[in-house]
Structures are given as structure tokens and as C-alpha cells.
Design a protein around this ligand. Structure first.
Ligand code: ZN
Length: 565
């Protein structure tokens, strides 16, 4: 509870302002850990700090689940507070009077409407809902829409954010900044193998909270940090503790394929069975599991077999280097792995990037209904190849969006949507201009027959929401404001100086907005960001943990911290 609030002196729970809170205790003003099978965030950080690297092998997560933050007295029912106990069974509130963009064609869009939420779920979306005495959130001047879904992010790299901003994927021998900073050498073979479980935890948590702040209510976290079962448990625990919807992508131990000695405790992929049993026996929780089945690893057949046995969705990076184009061809032919591995329609696949693939590979991907996640800005920057949006349009299939790596670029979703639309239109527009020869009388030619349509703001909003939900098998729960789905909702402030006045709702979101417009964020009915501030976090403490972790990782990797290198 907050003493000052209870005494009638409403406190702005900003980390920069004086509070009566103990600095050492993150104040969970709502119980963000309700869905976690293991103890609280505080338990993990305390245990990690006390035990250091020795935490490996101890069962940290069965520590007391009891929380002193689970206190029903903390009402915050002053005027500008969030609805009380949001997300709990039976608790109702109505989001009143916003411009509602449901992303569900059956529900439609409304210039002004209400969204009624009870417990975790959306009960109704329409104008003038009679909600009895339900708590009201005033959404006048705001845009109400589903939260964004990121189908490929590497949250473990949060501590090493922005460390290689000019890099390409692999050293090309040029000695240029792009080559020197290359991702493979510096991240996968450099920093990543140095991570301890507590480094994994704090990066995963901080990165997740940062995206929650950005309106991304669901993520597929592609964790390549499984140097031991304790590393895996730390990643999963952080996803639960973040309190947003997530797919835990059980990928490899970074560097394992290259014989990095720090990875001696690596048990990927066989530990998948234990992980699934321990953390994912229920489907009624915010986090579920996806099996990473990278085809550039030796003996990748084993991961495919385990993923299929455990009935998990299968996900892999598929891109130009590491001989993956012929491997995808052999998967299309059914001759991959030990000789008879192939893509099957009964499996659920998510392929990331798909840059540089053959028509044979693409046709089979379409045939089996595999999903494709495109990381537009990263692919353009890091030499993955041209984002394959035009190929997908030709095939009549649609992508979801990937933020990929914050070692290079922000995981902001407005950047994703704008980059997707801009890149696709750049190519098509240039093709049209070129068809006229750039000279009068044909300097502004009509698009030749067969020209692909330009992407529009509605297309990229679909990619960013419902497509992401479909691609993670979560469209029964999220991705649109549909009665019966869980309430993953963002309220965007359209009165801000950067966007006012709004003359086109989807256009304002895609082309004008950024993080500062994300006013309120709701996950499964529970308010996690309120009037521009994240709830449930002590950022001052988390920043310190993250900095300490960053210092450790840099020092272990022997990389000097040079802020202007
Ligand atoms: Zn990736």
C-alpha cells in the first residue's frame, strides 16, 4: 500500500519523486506476478545478488511465492488513478468515448465508442455502453486499439543496447565500422557467452518493460542464451514477471555451434522437456513456449524432433548466410536433417526474415501455411537482404513484424510500421517511375500491369496486431478488440502536440505517433501503464541492476566501455 495515498495525499508514483517506499522493494501497486508459476521478481533479484554465479544449480524459483505487495488495501481510487484491481475476476471498467479501432472487421471502427472490460476479458465494444457502476476511463481525445504484437525480439540483449549501431551481420573483411562491429563476432560470440542467469533476468525484464511502455503487449522473445538450465529459467521467470503476454522462444546457447567454452552447461535442445513441464503445463497463463529449430546448427534434426514431440510451434531464423537457402530447399523437398525432414502442414512454423530464399522454398512455406516475421529496419541495415514483402504480396500471404535486436536499433513499434510501409512503397514507386523512363511525356507513368499495390496504413496496422497474434497462435486471445478476447488494449493520446488535430485515425497512429503518445497500456485486463507511466516498477532499482549487469558483461568480454568509439 502507499501510505501517502491512503492519507488522502495522492502521490504520483514516479521514480524521481520522494516516496515513502523502501528503495529496495519494487512497489507492485497491482499484482503483476499473479500468473507466474514461480516466486516474485524481488525474490529473484535478491537471490541472485546473494548467491551470485553460485545461484546456478539452486532452485531459486520455488522461493516463497508470498508477496508483501499483494495488499488489497492499496486502492488508489483517487480521481486520476487507474481502475482498482484491474484484471481480477469480476472487476469491471469501461473505456469511454475514444476513437476505437478494433482491428476486427466484424466489430469495425468507431469515431466514438466504449470498451467494456471485466476481469481479463473484453465484454463489449460499441457506443454508449451502459456499464452500471463500472469504473470509467475517460478516453475522449484518445485512440483505443489492441496492443502491438512483436513476433521476434531478443530481449536478452537489453544490457548491450546500442553497442553496435553501425554493424552488419558478419565480418566481411573490409575493416569498416560495420565489419568491426559485426553482430556475429561481437554479440553471439563475444558478449552473449559471458551472461550469467542474473544477467539474463535483468535484461529480459527491463527490455520487456520497455516494450510494454511502448504499447507492445505481446512478444515472441527469441532467447539464444541457454548456457545452462538456470539461464533458461531466468529468461522464463523474467517473461512472467514482466506481466505481459509472451512466447518464450527456446533457441540455442549463443556460440554453441562455434565451440565457445563458456557454454559447457548448455543443454539445448534436450532441456525443452523439463522446461515445458515446469513452466508451461497450463495454457491459462500469459506466457507460452515455442521451440527454436535453427537450421544452421549442427544436428538441427534433434530440435525439430523434440519440438514436434512436445507439440510446440517451431521457429527459426531463415536468411541468406550460413547456407540456409539450400537447407530451406531441402526442407521443401522433405530431404533435410537426417535425410527425410520436411515442412509439414500439420506443424506450426514461424520463419524469421526469409531474405534470399528461392521460389521453391517460398512455395512450400505458403503450401504448409508457415508464418513469416519480417524485421524491416534491421534487415535493411544489417545486410540480411531486402525484406521480402513484395514476394509475400505476390504469393498472397502477409507478414507479422519483428523488432529483432536492440544492439542495433530500437524495439519501438511505430518505427516498425513506418519502416515497413516506407520500404515497400520505395521499391514499388521506383518501379513505376522507371517504367516511364523519367522523361516527358511519360515522366509520371500509370503503373504497369501486375504492379503490386502500395502498402497502406491499415496494412501495416494489421501486420502489427492481428497478424502477430495469428503467427504466435494467440489470435483466440489477443490481436483485436473483439468481445470474448482478453483485454490487451492501448490508449493513444491524440491531443499531444505531435499529432493534434487527428484527421485520419489509422494514419495518425502509423504516420504521426511514437512512444510518448502511448498513454495507457492494458494486458489481460490489467492496467500496466497509466497516464504515461509504467505501474508496478521501481525503475531506479532496475536501472542500477541493469547497469551492474552491463558492467559485468563488458568486463568479462574484455570490451572497454568507450561511449564514443
Ligand atoms: Zn533474430
Amino acid at each position: 500500500m502507499c501510505k501517502l495515498c491512503d492519507e488522502g495525499k495522492p502521490q504520483d508514483h514516479d521514480e524521481g519523486k520522494p516516496q515513502d517506499h523502501d528503495e529496495g522493494k519494487p512497489q507492485d501497486h497491482t499484482d503483476s506476478n499473479a500468473d507466474s508459476p514461480g516466486g516474485s521478481r524481488r525474490d529473484f533479484l535478491k537471490a541472485s545478488a546473494a548467491l551470485g554465479a553460485g545461484a546456478a544449480g539452486l532452485n531459486l524459483f520455488n522461493a516463497a511465492a508470498a508477496r508483501d505487495d499483494d495488499d488489497d488495501d492499496r486502492d488508489h481510487d483517487h480521481d486520476d488513478g487507474p481502475p482498482r484491481h484491474s484484471g481480477r475476476p469480476g472487476r469491471r471498467y469501461v473505456i469511454r468515448g475514444g476513437a476505437v479501432m478494433s482491428m476486427d472487421p466484424q466489430v469495425g471502427d468507431f469515431v466514438k465508442a466504449d470498451v467494456l472490460v471485466e476481469g481479463k476479458k473484453i465484454l463489449d465494444v460499441k457506443p454508449n455502453i451502459h456499464a452500471g457502476g463500472a469504473w470509467e476511463i475517460d478516453a475522449r481525445g484518445k485512440i483505443v486499439m489492441p496492443g502491438f504484437v512483436d513476433t521476434h525480439h531478443h530481449q536478452a540483449w537489453t544490457a548491450i543496447r546500442s553497442s553496435i549501431p553501425d554493424s552488419i551481420l558478419i565480418d566481411d573483411g573490409t575493416g569498416t565500422p560495420g565489419a568491426q562491429q559485426n553482430y556475429l563476432g561481437n554479440i553471439l560470440l563475444g558478449f552473449a557467452p559471458k551472461y550469467r542467469p542474473q544477467d539474463v533476468y535483468i535484461s529480459e525484464l527491463f527490455g520487456g518493460l520497455a516494450q510494454l511502455d511502448n504499447g507492445v503487449t505481446t512478444v515472441h522473445d527469441v532467447s539464444q542464451i541457454h548456457h545452462s538450465p538456470d539461464h533458461s529459467d531466468a529468461a522464463i521467470k523474467a517473461l512472467f514477471d514482466t506481466g505481459r503476454r509472451a512466447a518464450f522462444g527456446y533457441f540455442e546457447s549463443a556460440g554453441a555451434a562455434f565451440g565457445i567454452p563458456d557454454n559447457a552447461g548448455n543443454q539445448y535442445p534436450t532441456d525443452a522437456t523439463r522446461i515445458k513441464k515446469r513452466w508451461f503445463s497450463s495454457s491459462n497463463q500469459l506466457v507460452h513456449m515455442i521451440m527454436g529449430v535453427e537450421v544452421y546448427l549442427p544436428n538441427y534434426q534433434l530440435a525439430w524432433d523434440i519440438g514436434r514431440q512436445l507439440n510446440l510451434q517451431l521457429a527459426a531464423h531463415i536468411l541468406s548466410p550460413f547456407g540456409m537457402r539450400p537447407i530451406l530447399d531441402s526442407l521443401a523437398d522433405g530431404t533435410a536433417g537426417n535425410g527425410s525432414l520436411g515442412l509439414r502442414p500439420q506443424d506450426r512454423h514461424l520463419f524469421i526474415h526469409m531474405t534470399g530464399m528461392s521460389d521453391k522454398g517460398w512455395n512450400r512455406v505458403k503450401e504448409v501455411g508457415a508464418h513469416v516475421s519480417i524485421a524491416f529496419p534491421i534487415e535493411m541495415n544489417m545486410r540480411h537482404g531486402i525484406p521480402p514483402i513484395h514476394k509475400m504480396q505476390q504469393l498472397g500471404i502477409e507478414p507479422s513484424l519483428s523488432t529483432d535486436v536492440e544492439t542495433n536499433m530500437t524495439a519501438d513499434f511505430f518505427t516498425q510500421m513506418r519502416s515497413a510501409m516506407t520500404m515497400q512503397r520505395m521499391v514499388v514507386n521506383e518501379e513505376i517511375l522507371a517504367s516511364g523512363g523519367y522523361t516527358p511525356p511519360n515522366q509520371w507513368p500509370a503503373p504497369p500491369a501486375g504492379t503490386l499495390p502500395l502498402l497502406n496504413v491499415r496494412d501495416v496496422l494489421r501486420y502489427a496486431t492481428i497478424n502477430g497474434a495469428k503467427h504466435l497462435g494467440l489470435d483466440g486471445k489477443t490481436g483485436s478488440l473483439t468481445p470474448g478476447k482478453e483485454a490487451d488494449i492501448i490508449i493513444l493520446d491524440a491531443t499531444h502536440i505531435n499529432v493534434f488535430p487527428v484527421n485520419h485515425v489509422p494514419g495518425a497512429v502509423v504516420q504521426m505517433m511514437e512512444r510518448s503518445n502511448v498513454e495507457t497500456v492494458i494486458v489481460a485486463g490489467k492496467v500496466r501503464k497509466w497516464k504515461g507511466r509504467l505501474l508496478d516498477v521501481n525503475l531506479r532499482r532496475l536501472r542500477r541492476e541493469l547497469e551492474n549487469s552491463r558492467d559485468f558483461i563488458f568486463s568479462k568480454a574484455g570490451v572497454p566501455q568507450d561511449l564514443f568509439r
